[in-house]
Design a protein around this ligand. Structure first.
Ligand code: PLP
Length: 385
């Protein structure tokens, strides 16, 4: 099946790079491949491209370019944010996060707990909404750092960062926001949020994979986790990924100019997909459907079915989607996010994430709504026989 025939509903995994991004990256590899640290004119031309991209990424989130550190992606940004700040707060041993973080934060925090940090994870209700009172109660003078996801990668549930950041700042605790699934999709303005650190990743908003950024508010004391040269204000050693950075800058510029338009277009498609499927499949349940959600994500449980089997049938029909399930010892375990939402097993095992982008169309949604119920009926009769 040609890639153009696929219905790609897996945009939270990664997005298609914009043609403008691919062109800009190709130009760099062909014609501006110098090292930005070189003093010759060729090197300085590359430096100029990196600094323009920094400006574009900064504008996407209302930051100053000096507050942007380029990294190899969301995961590295998160590791830098968390580990990079902890060394400066040796007398505080408490960390605060939530039960529904992406594995980049989730497993890092688990590792820090093994290393002797005292970790609290605040829970969510059945719709995936954070227990804000518990968050406030858990903050203490011992808390070295708090970290919270903005838009959940599995359910799309949005946390109210403005409120949480206010509470956290009042206790004098620095806050890191994992905005990997929200940056470039919804407006973000770090000048209005009292957060110290915020992670984003180019490939989630039509930029390249392998390039991310960390916003580090002025005067936040940090150390690098990758030591080497003096690049990125000494916070991230290593020759810059110039093509990736430039590609991310182009993607950030396009995302910023289309935020409202995309929200309307993609949100309309997501709602049509959700309504179409829930109307035609009586055993379908939308996870997090009553919580505030980002406009592109729909997580739907098909009761008593297995996500893996559904995904295989969808794939045969040319529809790309995902599940939050992880394969552990040969069986598919529902994700920690759905478990944290206390979903019964019969729903958690059959949860599928559909995540849309500006490249999706009404025709694709119509086709999916047409095809998916029949596939599910086939599976239901198979599992009964
Ligand atoms: N945080 C969230 C919420 C994500 O969805 C992802 C990727 O899926 C990451 C962090 C990690 O980003 P990257 O793939 O750029 O390392």
């Amino acid at each position: 099946m040609a890639v153009t025939d696929l219905i790609y509903f897996d945009n939270n995994a990664t997005t298609r790079p914009l043609p403008e991004v691919v062109d800009a990256m190709g130009d760099i590899q062909r014609e501006a491949y110098a090292n930005p640290s070189s003093v010759h004119r060729f090197g300085q031309a590359a430096r100029h491209r990196v600094e323009s991209a920094r400006q574009e990424v900064a504008e996407l989130i209302g930051a100053s370019p000096k507050e942007i550190i380029f990294t190899s992606g969301g995961t590295e940004s998160i590791n830098l944010a968390v580990r990079g700040t902890l060394n400066h707060r040796p007398n505080r041993r408490h960390l605060l996060t939530t039960t529904v973080e992406h594995s980049a934060v989730h497993s890092l925090m688990e590792q820090l707990a093994v290393e002797g940090w005292w970790l609290d994870r605040v829970g969510v209700d059945r719709q995936g909404r954070l227990d804000v009172q518990q968050w406030a109660d858990k903050l203490s003078d011992e808390t070295a750092l708090a970290s919270i996801i903005h838009a959940n990668n599995e359910t799309g549930v949005l946390f109210d960062v403005a409120e949480i950041a206010g509470l956290t700042a009042r206790r004098g605790v620095p806050l890191h926001v994992d905005a990997v699934q929200s940056a470039g999709k919804v407006p973000i303005d770090v000048s209005a949020w009292p957060v110290q650190l915020l992670s984003l990743s180019g490939h989630k908003f039509h930029g390249p994979k392998g390039c991310g950024a960390l916003f580090v508010r002025r005067r936040t004391r940090m150390e690098p986790i990758i030591r080497g040269g003096a690049q990125e204000r000494r916070l991230r050693g290593g020759t810059e990924n110039v093509a990736g950075i430039v590609g991310m800058g182009v993607a950030a510029r396009h995302a910023a100019s289309r935020v409202q338009e995309n929200q309307g277009h993609i949100g309309g498609l997501r709602d049509a997909l959700e309504q179409g499927l829930t109307a035609r499949v009586p055993f379908a349940r939308v996870n997090g459907g009553e919580a505030p959600r980002i406009h592109n994500t729909s997580n739907i449980s098909f009761e008593n079915l297995e996500a893996e089997a559904i995904l295989l049938l969808l794939s045969e029909a040319g529809i790309c989607a995902s599940s939050g399930a992880a394969c552990s010892s040969g069986s598919l375990e529902p994700s920690h996010v759905l478990k944290a939402m206390d979903l019964p097993e019969s729903l958690a095992h059959g949860a599928i994430r559909f995540s849309l982008s500006r490249f999706n169309t009404q025709e694709e949604v119509d086709q999916a709504v047409e095809v998916i119920p029949d596939l599910l009926s086939r599976l239901t009769s198979l599992s009964r026989s």
